[in-house]
Design a protein around this ligand. Sequence first.
Ligand SMILES: [Zn+2]
Length: 359
Amino acid sequence: MEKGELEDIFKKRSHLVILGAGATIAALPNGDRFGKKSSVMNDFLSNLGLSSILDGVELKTTSTNIEDIYSELYERSDEKAIQVREELEKQVYNYFSSLRIPEEPTIYDLLLLSLTEKDCIVSFNWDDILIQAFQRAKKITSNLPRLAFLHGNVGAGYCKECGEYGARRNRCHSCGSYFIPAPLLYPVREKDYHTHKFIFNQWEVLRYFIASAAVVTVFGYSAPKTDTAAIEIFKDNFLKFGENVRQLDRIEIIEAPNKTHEEIYESWGDFIGMTHGHINIHHSFFDSLLAEFPRRTMEGYTHRYISGYWGSSAIKFESSDNSFTDIGKKIAPLLEDEEKDILEIYPDNYSKNSIDNGY
Ligand SMILES: [Zn+2]
């Protein structure tokens, strides 16, 4: 295959982002609009001030991980365990429904604006901060990525008749009925991704994108052992794309700085093998391809990793981007180009010295 042909194929491919609890924490470093925090699965109940739910029930597990606690309650048939489990579900739903996105731009706003309609963000999170950010991003551009919620979401709704889904407050695009709230998939060891039509559809979206995306960014999701079914689906579908092109694909991992490389390799080693070791590990969204080449992640990727470009992009998202007006101005040239079907990066000064390394 000619180099030019390969470049053209790559630019058209999609970018998939997989979000876990760590991403919402990175998006809300000071909590939500009212200072309420989100939490990872470990110490979930105490972090959210919900520990008293467990009063009066004796648990065998000594774990503070919500997945272990919920799994035990789920497997028990005594009345108290059932009562506590139902209360837990209610409180978790109410808690996540109560979170409000801060007024200033968050990493989720930038993440959405860094991608376009050929890309996709799938989230394991129950909170709907991403959906709230989507409503704001829509005011800047309608060219935004697809979203899917693999464990359900408090902000998502669906139509029982048509199978359509979207923000819970919206109506079905096909029949006009009000959406009904999407279910939350609670953490049990054997998660059922098939029975509920909404959840099934979300996984179909993931299957499609993981099989075709050239870059997969995993943000704040550490592939817990209880998610083995999810990891198997990732792997099976990742391998469906043609071998020759996949060799140049890349996994990008954004994890909190307290994660060691060993821990990251333990979770993602198989994928790293599948991309022939093409992996980037970052500890901040702002170091990722998403922030470096917003709205042109695949063009930036192709320039750097296939054409051998050594420079960077003149339009970048930075941690100092804290006004929607400024962000809108920053990406305005890209949005204007998109109207004209021009999808190129704006190279920074290094471009003058860019070296074709003869790939
Ligand atoms: Zn409908």
